[in-house]
Design a protein around this ligand. Structure first.
Ligand code: NDP
Length: 328
């Protein structure tokens, strides 16, 4: 039998955590033949709620789940971790300035980066979900100097999946018929979902749809503001779809992208497509054998260039702000 993979989830008692843990334990994160051991991190006030979720996980009798440990100490929670899902974050509350938000999250992601550096397994892979995800990932990564920078990623897979859903409705096709969707930049309202390289049943998606007004006034804002629309409709923020995207992100990273397509992940830039080196920005990536690569050689038209630059500019500003605060 295989040795269990240690998966650490932070913010385990939150909404996303509740939707995420059961899918990890049932084999959707890593595969139906991979046993997992869960390590849950919570703040002290939420440990009891995490214990309740752990009781429910026990009651599912998942054959792949070999154990659950709960911690309120990051140093312990990341010991021996192979996959870390950093979901817990400080949400923006009324009257909070962006600097306050970045600072509060620095207080969370700096010690977590240090703990990963000190104790995680050699093959550690990190996905940051908690917002502002790209910059939180940058903070954690900068405090884990012994871990290769490419192991720290942030989630834009939900944006990617939302873009697939919108395009499939517009074109009247199944999401399975769409390949090579791309999200560029920051997981924020400035993100750029790009269909100029996407394909619908093998044909260029932008040409197939051929509707620039829809692209600019409908598709892009709908994808970028979907989170707010869900809060408005549901009275609570998206949680199951965010958890599902986190599952997809890690599953694709570990198991590889299919031939002839790619996915979107926020990863450390090597300067590709004019994105300053070191920023954690979303790109089209392929994955194989547990490693990602940025898709090279795509032609970027003027419309896309402007959108990518605007989102990357926001990431640069966030980096400058956390630098000023001494967080990186
Ligand atoms: P959720 O589980 O709903 O969300 C957690 C984080 O994911 C938030 O930062 C949220 O950002 C982010 N997120 C990213 N994408 C999405 C998306 N598409 N939809 C919704 N959220 C998204 O938050 P809860 O408040 O229910 O739970 C958070 C938990 O984290 C609490 O139990 C808290 O105790 C814990 N926590 C743990 C820490 C730790 O382990 N050290 C530190 C801080 C908190 P946004 O706010 O922008 O929606």
């Amino acid at each position: 039998t295989r040795t269990p993979v240690n998966v650490t989830v932070t913010g385990a008692a939150g909404q996303i955590g509740y939707a995420l843990l059961f899918r990890i334990a049932s084999g959707h994160l890593l595969g139906a033949d991979v046993p997992v051991r869960l390590r849950l991190l919570e703040i002290p006030q939420a440990v009891k709620a995490a214990e309740g979720t752990a009781m429910e996980l026990d009651d599912c009798a998942f054959p792949l789940l070999t154990g659950i440990d709960i911690f309120d100490d990051a140093a312990k929670a990341f010991e021996g971790t192979n996959v870390a899902l950093l979901v817990g974050a400080r949400p923006r509350t009324k009257g909070m300035e962006r600097g306050d938000l970045l600072e509060a999250n620095g207080g969370i992601f700096k010690p977590q980066g240090e703990a990963i550096n000190a104790g995680a397994a050699d093959d550690i892979k990190v996905l940051v979900v908690g917002n502002p995800a790209n910059t939180n990932a940058l903070i954690a990564q900068s405090h884990a100097p012994d871990v290769p920078a490419e192991r720290f990623t942030a989630m834009t897979r939900l944006d990617h999946n939302r873009a697939l859903a919108q395009l499939s409705k517009k074109a009247g096709v199944s999401v399975a018929d769409i390949k090579k969707m791309t999200i560029w930049g920051n997981h924020s309202a400035t993100q750029y979902p790009d269909i100029f390289h996407a394909e619908i049943a093998g044909k260029n998606a932008a040409e197939t749809v051929n509707d620039q007004a829809w692209l600019e006034n409908d598709f892009i804002p709908t994808v970028a503001k979907r989170g707010a629309a869900i809060i408005e409709a549901r009275g609570a923020s998206s949680a199951a779809s965010a958890a599902s995207a986190a599952i997809d992100h890690v599953h694709t990273w570990v198991n590889g992208t299919a031939e002839g397509t790619w996915t979107s992940m926020a990863v450390v830039s090597d300067g590709s497509y004019g994105v300053p080196e070191g920023l954690i920005s979303s790109f089209p990536v392929t994955t194989k054998d547990g490693k990602w690569e940025i898709v090279q050689g795509l032609e970027i038209n003027d419309f896309s260039r402007g959108r990518i630059d605007a989102s990357v500019q926001e990431l640069s500003e966030e980096r400058d702000a956390v630098r000023k605060l001494g967080l990186i």
